[in-house]
Design a protein around this ligand. Sequence first.
Ligand code: MG
Length: 274
Amino acid sequence: MLEVTPGALERLKTIKAFALDMDGTVYLGLRVLPGSHDFVKLCQENHIPFAMLTNNSSRSRKEYAKKLDTMGLHVGEEGVMTSGEATIRYLHRVHPGKKVYLVATPSYEQEVIEGRVNLAKGRDDADLTVLSFDTTLTFQKLVVLCDIVRDGKPYIATHPDFNCPVDGGYIPDVGSFMALIKASTGREADEVIGKPGKMMVAALCERWDLPAEKIAYVGDRLYTDIAMAESSGMLGILVLSGETKLQDLETSEHQPDLVIRGLDELVELLGAGL
Ligand SMILES: [Mg+2]
């Protein structure tokens, strides 16, 4: 364990909820990392709220919970926060009651409907448009979305990733769609919700009714995970179980508050302090 910010270990004792990156933190590919099961158990036994975060808005929270279930991580829907959920919360906060033309997979569309967001049928009745990671995207949906963007209406994207890693390579993600929309309409999205943006953190604060200072964020990437913790005021905990090596800290503009080897070490620290 390395305490980068003096007092970070003391601050860890005041933390009320944990948000976690998934790949490189909770699991690596298909392998669950040491400490993940124990971390979930410790939080559940001590009633500490936690959520595993993903920018992938092609799947609903329910589906993510199922995926984690197959890894023996029984976290339930409340143990997951997607950029999709953060977007639903954002829509209620910033565009309440407005009609949304949604570009989405059927499962995320279902989550949006269950989240009581009004959906528009097309260009004529849309107040704004939301672009999510639609792996069922059609040319027709793209045409309607671009029309609404050209009409000057608010245009929201669920997250900024250009590619989504899959078995054997990558598939184009929302960031790539945004580049296409920019080329066609000349407009960038008015708001991009997911990591490392502020709206993902706002969604966590809203869900738990906590200020960012009382939330710790655990992740393996300096330029996304730790950047988000730093800019929002969450306690930033870097794990070395993913893509970052200790020596990367020397040249990084983003600095965590604490560095640990992995979730197993966080369990040890929390176990000693509880
Ligand atoms: Mg990661």
